[in-house]
Design a binder for this molecule. Structure first.
Ligand SMILES: NC(=O)c1ccc[n+]([C@@H]2O[C@H](COP(=O)([O-])OP(=O)(O)OC[C@H]3O[C@@H](n4cnc5c(N)ncnc54)[C@H](O)[C@@H]3O)[C@@H](O)[C@H]2O)c1
Length: 254
């Protein structure tokens, strides 16, 4: 069992931590002793989630992950407040829908900018500031492991993020930095609820297709991220993709 102090003194940057999985992860890691900086394009969400972390343990910063100046400002704020950074969770993500033949390259680019190039760029900015024992988690998706018709930019960018995770793990192992990915399945939250209500997918069909018979919870993904970041429990885990999907990818029947 993880203890309340497993992350005592650790300084963690979570992108897109103002809402959803990122916010629940911020709360969980703070409860285990970490200090959390949130970089989110939604300023109110960044600030209110950070404020809930209490005292000197949360910083909420407004900014898009594709904006290098915003990332630099976040890292500088962590340096000024806590003296540096230990861990990074590349969580912010976006999507676009459309068939391969109808999506313009500009629309592919926008999804890749957020889901792939931002995690690449932020890690490159952060790693020179990290010491041995530091860790990165990239938030991919079950759709980064399969092909879903009409979801090309999302599937391919999240798949590229898994490949990047493996590259980072092998290049940075010598620095004592572990890098892993988490691939959540269908998680019910405000975003997926809105998509379902708009007819983007049928929740009951997903429940039938998932061996555990239900959507996942944000807290179940947060627990996976906490495990991967934990230097004691996951000390020998790097370049791994942790599936938190209720058995979705294991299922082979029609
Ligand atoms: N919810 C799911 O079912 C699910 C499943 C698999 C993977 N994921 C992945 O998990 C991650 C989090 O998903 P979620 O459902 O919690 O999302 P969410 O929409 O609930 O929250 C995302 C947060 O990220 C912020 N954000 C989005 N784009 C940003 C950008 N360019 N720069 C800065 N902040 C940005 C938003 O303002 C928001 O606060 C994403 O990478 C997503 O692809 C989600």
């Amino acid at each position: 069992m993880a203890g309340a102090e497993d992350f005592a003194g650790r300084r963690i940057l979570i992108t897109g931590g103002g809402a959803g999985i990122g916010a629940v992860t911020a709360t969980l890691l703070e409860s285990k002793g970490a200090c959390i900086a949130i970089l989110d394009r939604d300023e109110d969400a960044a600030r209110s989630t950070a404020a809930k972390l209490g005292g000197n343990k949360g910083i909420g910063l407004a900014g898009d992950v594709t904006d290098r100046k915003a990332v630099t400002a976040a890292l500088d704020a962590m340096l000024e407040t806590w003296g540096g950074i230990d861990d990074l969770v590349n969580n912010a993500g976006t999507w676009d829908h459309g068939s391969l033949l109808e999506l313009s390259l500009e629309r592919w680019q926008r999804v890749f900018d957020v889901n792939f190039f931002a995690p690449l760029s932020i890690a490159n900015m952060v790693v020179p500031r990290m010491g041995r024992g530091c860790s990165i988690v990239n938030v991919s998706s079950v759709l980064g492991q399969v092909a879903a018709p009409g979801r090309g930019p999302y599937c391919v960018s999240k798949s590229a993020l898994i490949a990047l995770t493996k590259m980072q793990a092998v290049e940075w192992a010598g620095r004592g930095i572990r890098v892993n990915a988490i691939a959540p399945g269908y998680i019910m939250n405000d975003t997926t609820r809105t998509m379902a209500e708009a007819g983007g997918f049928d929740p009951s069909a997903i429940n039938r297709r998932t061996p555990l018979g239900r959507f996942g919870e944000e807290a179940e993904v947060a627990e996976g991220i906490a495990y991967l970041l934990d230097n004691r429990r996951a000390a020998y885990v790097t370049g791994h993709v942790l599936e938190v999907n209720g058995g979705w990818t294991a299922y082979g029947y029609t």
